[in-house]
Design a protein around this ligand. Structure first.
Ligand code: GLU
Length: 419
């Protein structure tokens, strides 16, 4: 990620444009320009060799107007406060787009989790949880997995929080292991949501899924699941990548083999061979010959430098913030269609919401019910965004932002300004 790029500026620019398009007065949305709360913590960890290493961590709450703050916890060596602020703001919008009763938040620790032992990661997670304790709670702010974290990390957060409370509090995090109150279908939910959104989009355009070519940047939880489900629906996954690089096969990659290879910790795509597939770089993947490009890695991947090289006519944002505002303008000029992150990757937080509801009610839904409800919510959100987009003759990003900002500012207006 370049040092000059500020994702929070990206958020502000798009948010203000959408607010103006909605005809809102500055008073209506001024409070959305900064997070409600920001906490920075220094997290000491006793490493396996006896050294004490201090990691920088954050938790940002952007908005609680529509309910408790909700959003993931990211472990990545390059995170900074502006990125976490942007990710928190995008969570407010995302929860509003799919109309679930949450605001937005996000947390992060500046660490490369692949460099830590499991023991060190556990200690880091427990201490970080203790340090953000005043901010979190099942009615306040509910973390979940994001880049670099997983169900195991959520389990440690749940246990740590519960130890402080003196009783078990499953609803403090979502994306937990099943055995301690996690939800069926949560791990696949973001990728499944991406698949539903692609399906709805193609349906609107009268394009069959069968044979539609897809290139996936990032074969983590989101990209890996989406690739698998899209391939099950008949799409041809022509390219896939991880941080080490990608594979390209115009006839279609065998996705299950790739997902199986990457499921072992430490395995990389650059070490993997498949008949008919050649190795490409991530830059080459973005520019490859495909119908749909699915960036599902980090923010700031499609930039003013590479946007013009994109051949895909449809970009579906599995990652949060993969396209800069400048690149967005270039793509629009080129007639490319972007299905924005706050809609495309909202499936994860939707099933997080189901998990939280199940925890509060102390009951478990079966997987079929979860996937059916997820599908219903994703289709409803897609239709609402589509309606806002077409009625304002604008991009789907603007459409999604208008739906979200309309809902958040309405909640703010009804509640009023305290005191
Ligand atoms: N980290 C995911 C996201 O960016 C999930 C958040 C959640 O489930 O709370 O949407």
């Amino acid at each position: 990620m370049s040092n000059t790029f500020n994702p929070y500026d990206n958020y502000l620019e798009v948010m203000e444009r959408a607010a103006k398009m909605l005809g809102l007065a500055p008073n209506d949305y001024v409070a959305l320009k900064q997070p409600e709360r920001e906490l920075k913590v220094s997290v000491p960890v006793e490493m396996d060799d006896g050294r004490i290493q201090v990691f920088e961590g954050y938790r940002v709450q952007h908005s609680s107007s529509r309910g408790p703050c909700k959003g993931g916890l990211r472990y990545h060596q390059d995170v900074n406060i502006d990125e976490v602020k942007a990710l928190a703001a995008w969570m407010s919008l995302k929860c509003a787009v799919v109309n679930i009763p949450y605001g937005g938040g996000k947390g992060a620790v500046k660490v490369d989790p692949s460099k830590l032992s499991v023991h060190e990661l556990k200690n880091l997670t427990r201490r970080y949880t203790a340090m953000i304790l005043p901010l979190i709670g099942p009615e306040r702010d509910i973390p979940a997995p994001d880049v670099g974290t997983n169900a195991e990390v959520m389990g440690w957060i749940m246990d740590t929080y519960s130890m402080f409370m003196g009783y078990t509090v499953p609803g403090i995090v979502t994306g937990k292991p099943l055995d301690i109150g996690g939800s069926l279908g949560r791990r696949e939910a973001t990728g499944r949501g991406v698949m539903f959104v692609v399906r709805e989009y193609l349906h609107r355009k009268g394009i069959p899924m069968i044979g539609t070519r897809v290139a996936v940047q990032g074969m983590g939880n989101v990209g890996g699941t989406a690739a698998q489900l899209l391939s099950n629906e008949g799409c041809r996954i022509v390219a896939a990548s991880d941080v080490s690089g990608g594979l390209y096969n115009p006839k279609g990659l065998k996705i299950s083999e790739i997902v199986a290879h990457l499921s072992t910790r430490g395995n990389k795509l650059s070490d993997f061979e498949q008949a008919g597939a050649k190795h490409i770089t991530n830059e080459e993947l973005l520019a490859c010959d495909t119908d749909i490009l699915l960036p599902a890695a980090l923010e700031n991947q499609i930039t003013a430098q590479n946007a013009a090289k994109i051949k895909a006519s449809i970009i579906v944002e599995g990652a949060n913030g993969p396209t800069t505002a400048e690149a967005d303008a270039i793509l629009e000029q080129m007639g490319k269609k972007v299905v924005p992150d706050v809609l495309a990757n909202a499936g994860g937080v939707v099933v997080s919401y189901f998990e939280w509801v199940q925890n509060i009610q102390s009951l478990m839904w079966d997987e079929e019910e979860i996937n059916r409800n997820l599908e219903k919510i994703m289709i409803r959100a897609f239709n609402e965004v589509w309606e806002a987009t077409t009625s304002h003759d604008t991009t789907m990003r603007m459409g999604a932002y208008m739906v979200a900002i309309g809902r958040i500012t309405k909640a703010k207006k009804i509640r009023g300004v305290f005191p």
